[in-house]
Design a protein around this ligand. Sequence first.
Ligand SMILES: Nc1nc2c(ncn2[C@@H]2O[C@H](COP(=O)(O)OP(=O)(O)O)[C@@H](O)[C@H]2O)c(=O)[nH]1
Ligand SMILES: [Mg+2]
Length: 335
Amino acid sequence: MNKATQSKNLLSKLKEKLMSLDNLNDMDKRTILNNILKMEKKEINLLITGATGSGKSSTINALFETDAATVGMSSLPETMDIKKYSLDNLVIWDSPGFGDGINEDIRHGKGIAKLLNEIDQEGHCKIDLVLVLLDGGSRDYGTTYKLLEKVIMPNIGHNDCRILVAINQADMVMNGKGWDHELNRPTEELIEQLDAKVKSTQIRIKENTSVDIKPIYYSAGYQDEFETQRPYNLAKLLHFIVENIPANKRFKIADNMTTDENLYATNDDIKDYTNETKKSMAESLMEVLSDVSNAAVDIVSDTVVKTFNTAVKVGSAIVSAGRSLLSGIADLFSR
Ligand SMILES: Nc1nc2c(ncn2[C@@H]2O[C@H](COP(=O)(O)OP(=O)(O)O)[C@@H](O)[C@H]2O)c(=O)[nH]1
Ligand SMILES: [Mg+2]
């Protein structure tokens, strides 16, 4: 099934389901239909930035159904300037941060500032979310703190745009030591190092920008001619992204995310990230109810929430996102 059909199915199933409820009056049906049409037109804009080599391309490829982002194999900066990937109405901007040279830094800083100042038709920041990546294998985040302080924070505007900071290459924090390759997760020793890194990074960001952002760590994984290492905490990263995107736009992520369960299989056990993402998606679903009568809200949310709760119960046994997440959402409409 290609992506376009898949996304049409998701939304048309929702439409079908709601239009077939015979206790909904015509006016509410029309409003709901209108809301769905509005949701279909929405665009999500995601800016991913970070030093060359931090893993922007690898992260885009792991999360989204595109292999359009070239992964760097040499020390040459593969990503020279801002790249734009349009997947239906999900737009991903991939921009190098600071650290490629004085002239490059100026150019990249200007490019990012310009994007952050763009306003959409409704008067909101065009960029919904900025994801700042740090390379877990590096010790010096000075250039990234500077990017946050000098470019991102001053241009972020009226905070309807969110910032997430994530430390990629969690497997490389101790130069490759402490990674359990069989289980594809960090050992206790490495977890301690990772937690310390999160803490010191949070403190340094606060010192530099006075903003309190707690980074998460993950690994986008890698593939070379000898081996393939699966991502770690990718479901967690996805959950953080989805949660920080306006509810009425979250479906665009579901329509374009990768669906290979293996990619989402290993995560820390702090939360069931798949279920959390499903809940966020269900919230997104409820957006179709704006401006309908109270009676319609009751009827529709009753149907949706009841089916959704069943989906959550079933889902708690599932550790991976991906396909199961998508079918979980599809389930909501198919009953
Ligand atoms: N070990 C490890 N390598 C990674 C990870 N993510 C990316 N890489 C490698 O880091 C290098 C740079 O990645 P790339 O995605 O091109 O970074 P970009 O310049 O930010 O787009 C590539 O060789 C990737 O295979 C990871 O989580 N772990
Ligand atoms: Mg790249």
